[in-house]
Write a protein that binds this ligand. Structure first.
Ligand code: ADP
Ligand code: MG
Length: 351
């Protein structure tokens, strides 16, 4: 008997020739927030629709609290899954007040219980004072909180959020996502949060699942997926990364910036990742590398530097260490640098 709030095994969904979701494996603990992050078209929304029960699966299984709700044999309808949904377009009813919107999904309850739940949900999102307003009389952030209250009112065990912040501008978004995170924590609900935005994913999730082309590339804590990427895709998607051609042989990997010892017996052509904070620059008249550009970032400057081979890396340097485009520099890796090496053939971490 599984104790997972949500578990997907081999989850697969096809639309004609397109495999939108391709053998997805997910396991979410009760009370946990899992962020699923990936580019547009990678299968995030389809995964959520499968979990919510709006789509049937072509292969694999979904269990909620240990009970199979979707498989090739079973399909429990959405209204019997105890799952709440919030989408990008909050889809509030324009001619209903805030309280009517929130009470909408509670039609099976008696009027006393219905009002009680509606009030509790509005308290949770701190909007009791706006009960009688209509959606057009609310800010974008308030509308988002009403949508959240509506989804939370029936006391779902699992909340599914599909890019809920993408319609908000940057300032508002940073504030709203903090509010949403604390509201969901107060509700004590299990959350699957879907986004194409790495920053939102890292902020919201206890754990992150990176999805690409319908497949989960890696699942881990925010620190793990950022600092210990298992695939080239995960490395490039979660943060700024450059990849330098390298050769793996005889217990080391060699590339333009040096040779690094490696455990394991692997060998073959690969690519080594550097992030801008891995790269150090020193002024040099020998003309070994050339600064191509500098982007002012306040405390830091971000440099694009061309190595003698023509390969390009980015370097983040403190503002007091100043270079200009055209300057000759020597490029080295910082003492903390750990080479991560991805096989040319399949993009997987070596060894
Ligand atoms: P994401 O939410 O990550 O942007 P989606 O899950 O919406 O991705 O889509 C994944 C893939 O499945 C895309 O190639 C998309 O075009 C395709 N797709 C999604 N829904 C349908 C549908 N109803 N009919 C046909 N293709 C679909
Ligand atoms: Mg989507």
């Amino acid at each position: 008997m599984s104790t997972f709030a949500v578990r997907c095994t081999g989850l697969t969904k096809r639309y004609g020739d397109i495999v939108a979701v391709d053998g997805v494996e997910l396991a979410v603990q009760p009370g946990e927030t899992l962020s699923i992050v990936g580019p547009s078209g990678s299968g995030k929304t389809t995964t959520l629709r499968l979990i919510a029960g709006f789509e049937s699966v072509d292969a694999g299984e979904i269990s909620l609290r240990g009970t199979v709700v979707s498989s090739s044999k079973a399909h429990v309808p959405p209204e019997r899954r105890s799952v709440g949904l919030v989408f990008q377009e909050h889809a509030l009813f324009p001619h209903k007040t805030v309280s009517e919107n929130v009470a909408f999904g509670l039609h099976k309850l008696g009027s006393y219980e219905r009002t009680k739940r509606m009030r509790e949900a509005l308290e949770l999102v701190r909007l009791t004072h706006l009960e009688q307003r209509y959606p057009h009389e609310l800010s974008g952030g308030e509308q988002q909180r009403v949508a959240l209250a509506r989804a939370l009112a029936p006391n779902p065990e699992v909340m599914l959020l599909d890019e809920p912040f993408s319609n908000l501008d940057a300032d508002l978004r940073a504030r709203i996502r903090g509010e949403v995170k604390s509201i969901l924590a107060d509700a004590g609900v299990t959350v699957i949060f879907v986004t194409h935005d790495q920053e939102d994913a890292l902020f919201m999730g206890n754990r992150i699942a990176i999805i690409n082309d319908g497949r989960i590339e890696q699942t881990g804590t925010p620190e793990q997926v950022f600092h210990e990427p298992q695939t080239r895709f995960a490395a490039g998607f979660m943060g700024v990364a450059d990849f330098l051609p390298a050769e793996y042989a005889n217990g080391k990997v060699e590339m333009e910036l040096g040779a690094f010892p490696m455990s394991g017996e692997d060998s073959g052509p690969c690519e080594v990742m550097t992030r801008p904070d891995d790269i150090e620059l020193t002024r040099s008249t020998e003309g070994t590398a050339t600064v191509l550009s500098r982007t002012f970032q306040g405390i830091w400057d971000l440099y694009v530097v061309e190595l003698p081979s023509g390969a390009v890396v980015r370097a983040q340097r403190p503002h007091y260490e100043r270079y200009e485009p055209g300057d000759s520099v020597r490029v080295s890796v910082a003492p903390h640098y750990v080479a991560r090496c991805f096989a040319q053939a399949d993009g997987k971490l070596m060894p």
